[in-house]
Structures are given as structure tokens and as C-alpha cells.
Design a protein. Structure first.
Length: 132
């Protein structure tokens, strides 16, 4: 999946799904010429990347995130790439809350926003520190 190779953050879990090494689900905006991608790994981690300009896909994604149609049966951890952070904010409005905010009133569906830290291990720096 070439578009996935352009994602700058750790996307190994999504690559395993795309390469059919694990069972997962891939949603796209257009089956003939996909430009927006939502890849769901079976343990609940998902990756959203690609073009943000497809209203029908965005609306379906919003409904899925808010579980409007009770499609999701468990929690998921979505990692968004590129312009998707802004798009998600626009799509969800007040339904997007920062993690740790007070619980929403009963019956209100929300999506909690966390920040993921992508780290890179440097064996060279590690050896220098250990040798000191």
C-alpha cells in the first residue's frame, strides 16, 4: 500500500493489516481510486491518513467515531496523520474533548483526544550513555 509508506509516524500495525499479515479492516473513500484510508488492527489501534476532502467519507467516519449507529463494539485508539487532526476537530466540534476533562453528561457521545509520543531508539546514543 504505497500511500501508507508516506505516513511519517509509526504505522507498523497498519502495515500488517494492509499486507494481510493479520486480520483487520480497511475503509476507503473510493474503492476504485482510494485517497482516504482508515485501517483498523484487530487489537483496536487504527490509522487514519490520506485526503481529507471527501464529505461522505468524513460523515461516515464521524458517525463511526461517535458510534451513532452502534457499529463499534469496543473502544479504539485512532492515530490520525497529516491534516486529519484539524478535520476531525471540525467534524466533531464539541464532541471532541481533551483526555482528562470532566466526564460528559450522561448520554452525550464524545471522542477523547490524547497525544501520542512517537519515539525513536538510537543504539549509538544508548551505547555512549551506558559506557559513561
Amino acid at each position: 500500500m504505497d500511500p501508507l509508506s508516506k505516513v511519517k509516524v509509526n504505522h507498523l500495525f497498519a502495515r500488517f493489516v494492509a499486507e494481510k499479515q493479520v486480520n483487520g479492516t480497511i475503509y476507503v473513500d473510493d474503492s476504485e481510486n482510494p485517497a482516504a484510508f482508515y485501517i483498523l488492527h484487530p487489537y483496536g489501534m487504527s490509522m487514519l491518513f490520506g485526503d481529507t476532502g471527501h464529505d461522505a467519507f468524513n460523515t461516515s467516519l464521524r458517525n463511526y467515531m461517535l458510534n451513532t449507529n452502534s457499529e463499534r463494539k469496543k473502544e479504539e485508539w485512532l492515530q490520525a496523520s497529516g491534516k486529519w487532526n484539524t478535520t476531525i476537530g471540525s467534524q466533531l466540534g464539541k464532541a471532541l474533548i481533551k483526555a482528562g476533562q470532566a466526564d460528559p453528561p450522561s448520554g452525550i457521545k464524545v471522542v477523547e483526544e490524547y497525544t501520542r509520543a512517537n519515539l525513536r531508539f538510537s543504539a549509538t546514543r544508548y551505547r555512549v550513555i551506558i559506557a559513561s
